[in-house]
Design a protein around this ligand. Structure first.
Ligand code: NDP
Length: 492
């Protein structure tokens, strides 16, 4: 079993706590590594390093230097794509084919933010006084804590790291204790690519104490978080005490809406991708499938058939279509929701049970599950499961579809399947969601924003505006002959 350490000042560093946690492969439930369980003293040490780095050599780097680093880092990450993908599969049981695909795109994320690092960000402003120049500049916030979950540990880190470093911040990553190793390796590659000491540190351990300590630490300027809505709420409250900036990408119960005029063959693929991709363990899972009544029975039957045909198994095999659930806690939660749905009167059409995979008998596998006759008021339609469970809900017309879609505490994403372009945009405009996919699903990218309405989050990741989330604006007034004419009237 390999032992890892905290990554501070470009070095693996033993924790002051002296404590370690096992990291377990969910496909076999065997522990294959251990990482530090950081203490409050470790958090203090890592924040001190990041703060010193923010004020040190890094602050002298020009935007062009940061851009050059991001490009080099992206290239290095690309060269290690297979290794980084493999580490994530070992940690969370997602498919190797999805993880490799993700990792191969990381260089483009860093290239994009390398470009934006040098883009003009300030303004000059026509103020009300004649002989005054006013301009604004955007400056880095300081130490950013990136607290990330286990479902796509590196992708969700890249979304934070790219804009944070482009803007000149230093970053402390706190990965989930389920998936810490890929993040540690990521930081090691950053160090090898020439990042100064302390610019990118990694602290491992449980959300409490290491995550909570970051959210209250006076020298942490911002928390960039992806995870559950309840933890997001706790983070926002904790960060509020010192008025830290926060961006929160939280849970969802996204509606994937199929109208009777949709191309059903294409839509069916989109429904499967929406809820069974990544075993449904994505914030944007299309877990509420809304189907117009005239095609309802047909879609339910076809979805059930497709769910039954999905190959669940070894995530390392290229032919596997669904890997494991990432942790025993999550596995229990998914099975519990299957019981909840049955007790609520939803009709089980496919799955509804765990799966035993030959050679991986202890693996955390669940069959893709479809429930029909779900009412939107049921728990299975209102609460995030984060697993491969589709709830299929009937609607009558467009207004009914919009009403049901928006009847949720969440507002992360939505899909609209229709052959009518006018309807597609009309419905998109009415949906209270941060992302709407028209005749596609589960697409994200560096060039456009991602984030949630309502309890799905605060702020946006990706896109050009993400840089604003990692900077403060400063307004500078320059006298060009105005003078201080009347000391008691600043307008003069
Ligand atoms: P959490 O939201 O609790 O965990 C996400 C990250 O936050 C982890 O690094 C965790 O650390 C850390 N953390 C936990 N509590 C705190 C805290 N009080 N302050 C600071 N950091 C904290 O998710 P879980 O892993 O517990 O999963 C629970 C549910 O969350 C899932 O079933 C799913 O519904 C949802 N979820 C949503 C995700 C999304 O992408 N929106 C991603 C993952 C989960 P640690 O894990 O080490 O305790």
């Amino acid at each position: 079993m390999q032992r890892y350490e905290l990554f501070i000042d470009n070095k693996f560093t033993a924790p002051l706590s002296g404590e370690y946690l096992p990291v377990t492969n969910p496909a076999t439930q065997t522990a294959f590594a251990e990482v530090p369980n950081a203490s409050l003293a470790d958090v203090d040490r890592v924040v001190a390093s990041s703060r010193a780095a923010f004020e040190g050599e890094w602050s002298e780097w020009r935007a062009a230097d940061r851009a050059a680093f991001l490009i080099d880092f992206g290239r290095a990450i690309g060269e290690h794509a297979e290794e980084l993908a493999q580490l994530q599969v070992d940690e969370n049981g997602k498919l190797i084919r999805e993880m490799v695909g993700q990792a191969k795109l990381f260089p483009e994320y860093f290239n994009y933010y390398a470009g934006l690092a040098q883009a003009p960000t300030g303004t000059t402003n026509a103020v009300h006084l004649k002989a005054m120049l006013n301009y604004t500049v955007r400056e880095p916030l300081g130490v950013v804590a990136a607290i990330t979950p286990w479902n796509s540990p590196l992708l969700l880190l890249v979304w934070k790291l790219g804009p944070a470093l482009a803007a000149g911040n230093t970053v402390i990553a706190k990965p989930s204790e389920v998936t810490p190793i890929s993040t540690l390796r990521f930081a090691e590659i950053a160090a090898e690519t020439g990042l100064p000491e302390g610019v990118f540190n990694v602290i491992t351990g449980y959300g409490n104490p290491s995550g909570t300590a970051l959210t209250t630490h006076p020298d942490v300027a911002k928390i960039a978080f992806t995870g559950s809505t309840s933890t997001g709420q706790a983070i926002m409250s904790a960060a509020g005490k010192s008025l830290k900036s926060v961006s929160l990408e939280l849970g969802g119960k996204s509606p994937n809406i199929v109208f009777e005029d949709a191309d059903l063959e294409v839509a069916m693929n989109g429904l499967v991708a929406g809820i069974f991709g990544a075993s449904g363990q994505t914030c944007m899972a299309g877990s509420r499938i809304l189907v117009q009544e005239s095609i309802y029975d047909r879609v339910v039957e076809e979805l059930g058939r497709r769910a039954d045909a999905i190959k669940v198994g070894d995530p390392q095999k290229e032919t596997t279509e669904m890997g494991t659930i990432a942790s025993p806690q999550q596995y229990e939660k998914v099975l519990e929701y299957i019981e909840i749905a049955k007790n609520e009167g939803a009709r089980l059409v496919a799955g509804g049970r765990s799966e035993t995979v030959e050679g991986m008998e202890r693996g955390l596998f669940v069959r893709p599950t479809v429930f029909a006759d779900v009412d939107n008021s049921m728990q299975i339609a209102q609460e995030e499961v984060f697993g491969p469970i589709a709830s299929v809900i009937k609607f009558t017309d467009e207004a009914d579809a919009i009403r049901i879609a928006n009847d949720s505490q969440f507002g992360l994403a939505a899909g609209v399947w229709t052959g009518n372009p006018q309807r597609s945009h009309r419905v998109a405009s009415k949906l209270r969601a941060g992302t709407v996919w028209i005749n596609n699903y589960r697409k994200t990218g560096y060039a456009t924003s991602f984030g949630g309405y309502k309890q799905s989050g605060v702020g946006r990741e990706n896109g050009a505006d993400a840089l604003r989330e990692y900077t403060e604006e400063k307004s500078v007034w320059v006298d060009m002959g105005q003078g201080v004419k009347d000391p008691f009237n600043p307008r003069a």
